[in-house]
Design a protein around this ligand. Structure first.
Ligand code: GSH
Length: 232
């Protein structure tokens, strides 16, 4: 039986994006199963995800009946079982750093997550981030800089070759791009590297075709904030 990846709306589901982009980038074949996040979140229809054993959240990977949930667990499972452990860099020091920043991404940056939710259908301008979100923005850029200083001679991704860390940071790169967040030149280059990835372009286009609006993931357009349709 083929691998199945259960995902939410491409327009909004940042956690789903991580697993999806990692599988696409590594050419791991899978069937996509779409779950309406609107039904899960707004109508509290938890029955949609009950069969997957997850914490009522997406993404979930189903491998021949074996169910794996939580985006980082999925990426590590795929690396171990489908990529000969190449999801993290082979070098011990690089692997430790890749794992550290992936886990930090997974457990932190709450202000950024809530202030600029991923939205592939709209571009925003003149967003004012809170002091906490600015601290987090600086930290993300510091991590990216650290990786690029060490590994840029090996390729364009955080550790040269594409790794779990790039999949973990893909949604935040889309947020920075969509909300026109002012970045250092190196960070901007990395964000463009992510945005121009062919499978990311495909994800964004598909997200833009979705009609469902999830209010929880739409920001209030107040003050000087400008919003336009993101059309790719
Ligand atoms: N820790 C989980 C978080 C997953 C998560 O929060 N997914 C969101 C969609 S992006 C979700 O399913 N939300 C449904 C809900 O909160 O009821 C992971 O990394 O996979």
């Amino acid at each position: 039986m083929a691998l199945q990846l259960i995902i939410g709306n491409k327009k909004y589901s940042s956690w789903s994006l991580r697993a999806w982009v990692f599988m696409q980038q590594n050419q791991i074949e899978f069937d996509e199963v779409h779950i309406s996040l609107k039904a899960v979140i707004e109508q509290q229809d938890k029955t949609l995800l009950r069969e997957y054993l997850s914490d009522d959240k997406v993404p979930v990977l189903v491998d021949n009946g074996n169910k794996i949930w939580d985006s980082l667990a999925i990426l590590e499972y795929l690396s171990e079982n489908y990529l000969n452990n190449s999801g993290y860099p082979a070098n011990k020091e690089a692997k430790a750093l890749a794992r550290s920043i992936s886990c930090e991404m997974h457990s932190s940056f709450m202000a950024i997550r809530s202030e600029i939710p991923m939205n592939c259908a709209k571009k925003f301008n003149k967003i004012v981030l809170s002091a906490q979100a600015q601290v987090e923005l600086a930290r993300v850029q510091q991590l990216w800089q650290l990786c690029r200083d060490k590994y840029s001679q090996d390729g364009p991704w955080l550790f040269g070759a594409y790794s779990i860390a790039d999949a973990m940071f893909a949604p935040i790169a889309l947020r920075f791009y969509g909300y026109n967040i002012s970045l250092s030149t190196n960070s901007e280059n990395y964000v463009n590297q992510v945005i121009n990835q062919p499978c990311i372009e495909k994800w964004i286009k598909q997200g833009q075709l979705e009609q469902e609006i999830i209010q929880e993931d739409e920001i209030d357009v107040v003050g000087n904030i400008k919003v336009e349709i993101w059309k790719s």
